[in-house]
Every structure is written in C-alpha cells, then in structure tokens.
Design a protein around this ligand. Structure first.
Ligand SMILES: *Cc1c(COP(=O)(O)O)cnc(C)c1O
Length: 359
C-alpha cells in the first residue's frame, strides 16, 4: 500500500485511491487489448465505450436528459472563458457576468475581448467575501455567466440567480457533482476536471441543444461547440487518458450512491471545519460571510502569519498537505473535494483543536 497523505490541494487535487488503483491495474493491458488506454486509437471500440459511458454517466449523475450534449475538450476551463463569448456573444449584443473572484474576472476579461459585457453584480469591493444577491440583469442579455464556487476566495452560491429566459452559463470547475442541484436550470456548464472530476487535461462542457443552436458560425472549426457536439468530442484526438479517468471517477461517484450520498458526506465534512471556525472565531478567522461559505474550499486566517506558517508546516508533518491559502488571500485553505474522505477531515479537525491549545 502506497504511503498516501490526506491531500487538501486546491487543484490539481486528490483523486479517490480506488480509482488510482484501477488505473494502475489496467495501465499496461487495458481489458485484454495488450495495450494501455494511452496507446489505443481514439476511434477503437474500446475507447468508444469509455467515451459513451463517461457521457452517459454525466447525464445520469447530474440528472440531465438527451437535450444536453456532454463534450470533452482540451484547453482547460480558461479556454472556455474565450469560447463562450466567441460562440454566444454576437456583435452588438451584451452578455451579463457576475464577478465573484479571480476566475470570474478572467472570464469577464476574455468576454470583453469579444464584445459587450454588462456587470450584473460584483463583490470585488469587499475582496470577494460574499456572493452578491441583487443582480442587475439586462432584459436583452444573450446569457448570464456565473462561477458557482470561488476556489480562491472560498465562496459558493447557495442558490442560483433566476435569469428568466436568459440562458444561464456556469463555470462549475470546482464544485461540479458535489451537491444535489437542479442542473436542468443551466443551459451550459463547464468544468476543468482537475478539482472534482479527474486529472488535468480535459474539460467537461455540458450544453443544451437550444443554446447550441445559437452557436456563431465563422469561428475556427475547433472553436465551434457544434463541431465537438456533432463528432461526439472526436473531431480530433481527445484527451483520451484523462477522459478514461473521469469515467472511473464518475463510476466511483455512482457507487457511493450518486450525488445524494456525496452531498451527505460533503455536508458532514464542511460542517466539521466551519464548526471550529464558529467556535473559535478569534483564532480561526473565516475570510467570507457565513451565508456565502463554500463547501469545497474553506478559507481562514490565524492571528498572525507566523502561526499560519507553523500551522501549515505542522499539518504537513502530520500527513496533511496542500493547506496553504492562495497568495491573494493568504492564510489557510482547506479544499474538500469529493475524493477527500471524512476521515481526512476528522484528522484535520483534531489537529486544529490541538494546534489552538498549544499555540
Ligand atoms: C481552476 C479553475 C479554473 C481554471 O481552470 P484551468 O483548467 O486551469 O483553466 C477556472 N474556474 C474555476 C472556478 C477554477 O476553480
């Protein structure tokens, strides 16, 4: 048994050990082919099965019907920041965006390179410590873009805005498949795999047919969502090995009992840590408003930076890594993606109680 730590990295992040073990078992000889998944044709029956299963599992787990396409693309979520406006923001029209952190800001920057952007809401003034509630969405906006979970600042929507008939597009990179949401409210969802779905290298893009119909013509072939939808993500060579691992992770989610079971564990995990923040607010100082707290990334400061350094170093020595906060927030960030077991959180909570006593 490998010597694995409890890995609280924000992304790339921990993967279920069971999944890595399957990858290891199948690495040299995938299902009797005598080849690795990395070595087989993306047009082979074996890869078709992986691609189709991964696609079907996404729909099943998120509760989406055939009116949604699931695409597997390269380029990371950051490429989607540009592809969304290139496909859905025609000249002379306006797209609405909510700015809730670094990733939203980057999405807005790309959209501005393409067309008109209206800021429907922002929490920038207070260093992104909450999710803005009262949004100003122009009636003629071509879409509303939100970032469901703010990986760096530690906030998350607890309820999504009602955009009426305006298509709702969501960057769900750091909390997809972590809670039971009504995913049919979204016309498009995209997520880089490396937080909650698998390794870096593939981005899941879920688009409703009614939105896909509005894709701009005239973009380069690879930048047109219709290309990837029509060719089932196989217009060119897809990131085959990451897709294979995403499939295994989704099978793992299903085996847990789907999103209901996952949500139950994730609820227990985040409550364990937030309870400590509420119990010792002068010591573990949460950086966000309680009504906007993320279940996936919990951010807090300690009374001074020396204590923060000591906390991170001692946690690491005790087998808990990846706890350093992002440089724009500082402090500590506890990332609790699906693959982090409750046992890891219990261990961290025990460490936090001891650390406070001793320091
Ligand atoms: C990590 C992250 C991104 C960036 O993803 P890349 O795949 O590195 O481009 C975008 N949005 C959110 C919310 C993220 O957490």
């Amino acid at each position: 048994m490998a010597n694995r730590i409890f890995n609280f990295n924000p992304g790339p992040a921990t993967l279920p050990t069971e999944v890595l073990e399957i990858v290891q078992q199948e690495l040299l000889d995938y299902k009797g082919t005598g080849m690795s998944v990395m070595e087989i044709s993306h047009r082979s029956a074996e890869f078709d099965e992986i691609n189709d299963t991964c696609n079907a599992l996404f729909r099943e787990i998120l509760g989406l019907d055939e009116s949604y396409h699931v695409l597997f693309m390269g380029g990371g979520a950051s490429t989607q920041f540009a592809l969304v406006p290139l496909n859905f923001l025609p000249e002379g029209k306006t797209a609405a965006y909510v700015d809730t952190g670094s990733w939203s800001s980057k999405a807005i920057k790309e959209a501005k390179l393409v067309g008109n952007v209206h800021l429907a809401g922002s929490s920038k003034e207070s260093n992104y410590d909450h999710i803005p509630r009262d949004l100003d969405i122009p009636a003629d906006a071509v879409y509303l873009h939100v970032t469901s979970n703010n990986t760096i600042f530690g906030t998350q929507y607890q309820a999504f805005p009602d955009s009426g008939s305006i298509p709702l597009i969501c960057d769900m990179s750091s909390d997809i498949a972590s809670r039971c949401w009504d995913f049919t409210r979204f016309d498009m969802i995209y997520a880089g795999a490396q937080k909650n779905l698998g390794p870096a290298g593939v981005t899941a893009v879920i688009i409703k047919q009614s939105l896909l119909d509005k894709c701009a013509d005239g973009n380069p072939t690879m930048f047109n969502y219709k290309t990837h939808a029509e060719k089932k993500s196989q217009y060119n060579t897809p990131p085959a090995f990451p897709i294979y691992i995403v499939k295994l992770v989704l099978e793992w989610v299903k085996k847990q009992g789907g999103l209901e079971a996952v949500e139950k564990v994730n609820t227990a995990k985040k409550e364990r840590i937030y309870q400590l923040l509420d119990l010792h607010p002068d010591y573990y100082r949460g950086t966000v408003k309680p009504d906007s707290r993320s279940w996936m990334n919990i951010t807090f400061r300690l009374p001074n930076e020396d204590l923060e350094k000591k906390f991170i170093a001692e946690a690491k020595a005790a087998g808990m890594g990846g706890l350093k906060g992002h440089r724009s927030v500082g402090g500590v960030r506890v990332s609790l993606y699906n693959a982090m077991p409750l046992a890891g959180v219990e261990k961290l909570a025990g460490f936090m109680e001891e650390f406070k006593k001793n320091n």
